[in-house]
Design a protein around this ligand. Structure first.
Ligand SMILES: NC(=O)c1ccc[n+]([C@@H]2O[C@H](COP(=O)([O-])OP(=O)(O)OC[C@H]3O[C@@H](n4cnc5c(N)ncnc54)[C@H](OP(=O)(O)O)[C@@H]3O)[C@@H](O)[C@H]2O)c1
Length: 311
């Protein structure tokens, strides 16, 4: 009897160890091996050299880094954001790399149909193979302190626009797959904030969680047609995070874009860069009460920095 129990514990221990080893190996493969091996040629081959990528929030920060990286890989680009002068500057820079670039200047916080029409017009005659929904906006406050206008703004830019642009562009991505026999790609930018309950930035977290829940099911609905990545970064050194970034987890938008692109076609959800993956693993390991206290304190600090910037 004692022998049986001992044997059972051995089997149990071996199973737990094997599961832990599998998890660690997968983590290392995703966050270390794939970015290390990434050259980008695989993406051009997978989605079609010379096909088009549309990026929202493209003129700055992470969206701009995605545009620069995809241009380097030979994708033609449709850049979408508000400010024509910023779009034109980036267009000149990317065209110098030998790719074609079109720009669409629209305010994506206005979710009426006319906002999205110029984007449809722009892609109508083009072979769209990649869509990156990158536009996003945040606020860090206790919920009652979030201005009513900011509530509406966050919902419009993060939730409605991501849902509408994905829905509007999906037929063009599927058209690319049907006509070329190659896959197309949808990369929706969420945030680590959407993965946890995050006091102090609850609305932003809810919006980003929405993006995750919208995106991942599409990977299964359009298996063999569409690569989907629900990308959940932590902190990047962009305008959005200026004055708020803790050094240990802050990476450049270029590092973030490369890491995310290295995961496209390999997994449906990730934090991209290994530093962000490690931070997420650390948060998972914390007891929830302690995690919530740390997150709230950090978010309120970021709120102070936002107020100092006049946001
Ligand atoms: N930065 C971080 O630490 C961090 C962390 C996690 C997740 N994220 C997510 O990463 C994404 C990119 O963030 P980021 O830090 O790169 O932001 P960013 O530097 O502030 O850039 C935002 C981009 O979106 C455009 N944009 C902003 N509001 C717009 C609107 N209403 N309509 C059209 N375009 C608009 C901006 O250009 P115009 O001003 O010219 O329109 C700019 O090109 C967001 O989804 C964000 O939530 C960021």
């Amino acid at each position: 009897m004692a022998f049986d129990a001992f044997f059972l514990f051995q089997i149990l221990g071996a199973t737990v160890l094997a599961l832990a080893a599998t998890k660690v190996s997968r983590w290392l493969w995703l966050y270390v091996w794939l970015p290390y091996r990434f050259s980008g040629g695989r993406l051009a081959e997978r989605y079609g050299p010379g096909s088009w990528a549309l990026i929202t929030g493209a003129s700055d920060g992470l969206g701009k880094a995605f545009a620069q990286e995809l241009a380097r890989l030979g994708f033609n680009l449709i850049l979408v954001s508000r400010t024509p002068s910023k779009l034109d500057r980036l267009k000149d820079e990317l065209q110098a790399l030998g790719v074609q670039v079109r720009t669409v200047a629209v305010d994506l916080s206005d979710t009426s149909p006319h906002t999205y029409e110029p984007m449809v017009t722009a892609v109508q005659e083009l072979d769209l193979s990649v869509l990156i929904n990158c536009v996003g906006t945040t606020v860090h406050r206790r919920y009652a302190d979030v201005p009513a206008g900011a509530v509406r703004h966050l919902l419009a830019v993060n939730v409605s626009t991501t849902a509408i642009v994905t829905h509007t562009m999906l037929p063009f991505l599927l058209r690319h797959t049907a006509s070329t026999g190659r896959l197309s790609a949808l990369l929706n930018v969420g945030s680590i904030v959407g993965r946890f309950y995050w006091p102090g930035t609850q609305l932003y977290g809810a919006c980003k969680s929405f993006i995750d829940h919208l995106s991942v099911p599409l990977a299964f609905e359009y298996q063999n047609q569409l690569d989907v990545l629900s990308y959940q970064p932590t902190v990047m050194s962009t305008a959005m995070a200026t004055g708020t970034e803790p050094a240990a987890i802050t990476i450049s938008p270029q590092q973030a874009a490369q890491a995310a692109l290295s995961h496209l076609g390999h997994t449906v959800a990730s934090h991209g860069h290994w530093r962000h993956g490690l931070f997420a693993a650390f948060l998972v390991a914390l007891p929830s009460r302690l995690r919530n206290a740390i997150l709230l304190a950090g978010a309120l600090e970021m709120g102070k920095a936002e107020l100092a910037k006049g946001e």
